[in-house]
Design a protein around this ligand. Structure first.
Ligand SMILES: Cc1cc2nc3c(=O)[nH]c(=O)nc-3n(C[C@H](O)[C@H](O)[C@H](O)COP(=O)(O)O)c2cc1C
Length: 299
C-alpha cells in the first residue's frame, strides 16, 4: 500500500459509548486524544498525526473508537483471543525448536485454506510505520512455482552474461571492496550454480516446492519488514504441519527489470525473499541447539 506521511488516519469516537476512561489518551504514541467533558476527542497530535496504528481501537474497553484510512477500515476491530487459547511459552518454544528449513517436499499441493491462514499470519507482523508496504505474490501450485523458477533462471542467465560484460566492470569501479567481493565470491558463483544445476535437471532454487510466497516491499517499506512478515508466515506454516524455506537468492530479482515486469512487480519495489511452502518429505529425529553470534548484557 505505502502511504505518504502526509496522509493521516481518521480516528472517530462514538461519544454515546465513550466512558471517558482516558485509556486512548494514555496509549496514543502521538498524543492525539484529549478528554473534554469526560469524552475522548481526537485532535492533530504532536508529531506525525494519526498513523493508524490502531492502538486506541484495541485499548478502548467499550469499542467506542474506529480509525479509517492508511489501510485501516472501521471493522478491523476483532475479538481478542481468549488467553487460555493462546500459545504458551512452552508450545511456542517447541514450535521454534522443531522447525527446520525444508528443501524436500511431498508430491502434494498445499490447500488454499492453509495458504490463506499463512498469509493472515504474515499480515499480523509488526511494521515500521503502518500501513504495511510489504506485498506478496503467491504461487499457489507447483506449476506456478516451476514457471517462476524457469523465469528466474532466464534472469540469472541474463545477469551472468552481464557480469562478464565490460559495462558491468566499468560500473563496478564505483562499488566498495566488500560489495565487489560479495558479487565475485558469492552472488556470481551462486547464480552460475543455480543455472548449471537447473540445466542438469536439479532445482536447487525452489526445490520443486508446491507453493511459494514472493515478498517485495514498496518505497515506504524495508527489507527487515519483509523478514518479519516472512518469519510469521514460516511459523504459521510450521504450526499447520507444513515445511518452509526462505530463499534469499530471489533478491536477484532486483537486478533484472524484465523479471519484475513479467510478474507485475512495480519498478520501485524491492524483492526481499521467497518463502517456499509444502508438506515435508523429510522427517527429522532431533532438534538442534542454535547460538546467536554473540550475546552481551550491557553494564
Ligand atoms: C534470509 C535467509 C535467506 C535464505 N536463503 C536461502 C536460499 O537462498 N537457499 C536455501 O536453500 N536456503 C536459504 N535459507 C535457509 C537457510 O540456509 C537455513 O535457515 C539454515 O540452513 C539453517 O537451517 P534451519 O532453518 O533448519 O535452522 C535462507 C535463510 C534465511 C534466514
Amino acid at each position: 500500500m505505502g502511504f505518504s506521511f502526509h496522509v493521516q488516519g481518521r480516528p472517530e469516537v462514538d461519544s454515546d459509548l465513550c466512558t471517558g476512561c482516558g485509556q486512548c489518551v494514555a496509549i496514543c504514541p502521538d498524543q492525539i486524544y484529549t478528554l473534554e467533558n469526560r469524552k475522548a476527542r481526537p485532535g492533530q497530535g504532536v508529531f506525525l498525526g494519526c498513523i493508524a496504528c490502531g492502538h486506541c481501537v484495541a485499548v478502548c474497553p467499550v469499542g467506542a473508537i474506529a480509525v479509517t484510512g492508511r489501510g485501516m477500515t472501521a471493522d478491523d476491530r476483532r475479538p481478542l483471543p481468549d488467553p487460555a487459547s493462546r500459545a504458551t511459552a512452552e508450545s511456542l518454544e517447541n514450535l521454534l525448536l522443531a522447525r527446520r528449513s525444508i528443501r524436500k517436499y511431498q508430491d502434494r499441493e498445499v490447500e488454499r485454506e492453509k495458504l490463506d491462514r499463512i498469509l493472515a499470519a504474515a499480515a499480523a507482523a509488526p511494521m515500521g510505520i503502518p500501513p504495511s508496504d510489504v506485498h506478496v505474490l503467491v504461487f499457489s501450485n507447483r506449476q506456478q512455482v516451476r514457471a517462476f523458477t524457469a523465469a528466474s533462471m532466464e534472469a540469472f542467465r541474463r545477469m551472468n552474461r552481464m557480469l562478464g560484460s565490460w559495462i558491468f566492470k566499468l560500473l563496478s569501479l564505483r562499488t566498495s571492496k566488500a560489495e565487489k567481493e560479495i558479487m565475485r565470491d558469492f552472488i556470481a558463483p551462486l547464480m552460475r550454480a543455480l543455472v548449471e544445476y537447473y540445466d542438469a535437471g536439479e532445482d536447487i532454487y525452489t526445490y520443486n516446492a508446491p507453493a511459494a510466497l514472493l515478498f517485495h516491499h514498496g518505497p515506504h517499506g524495508d527489507k527487515s519488514e519483509i523478514a518479519i512478515a516472512a518469519t510469521y508466515a514460516m511459523l504459521a506454516a510450521e504450526s499447520l504441519g507444513l515445511g518452509s524455506c526462505m530463499i534469499g537468492s530471489s533478491e536477484a530479482f532486483n537486478h533484472d527489470s524484465m523479471l519484475k515486469q513479467h510478474y507485475g512487480i512495480p519498478k520501485e519495489h524491492k524483492v526481499g525473499m521467497a518463502l517456499l511452502i509444502g508438506y515435508p518429505a523429510v522427517k527429522f529425529h532431533h532438534a538442534l541447539h542454535r547460538r546467536l553470534g554473540s550475546v552481551r548484557f550491557a553494564e
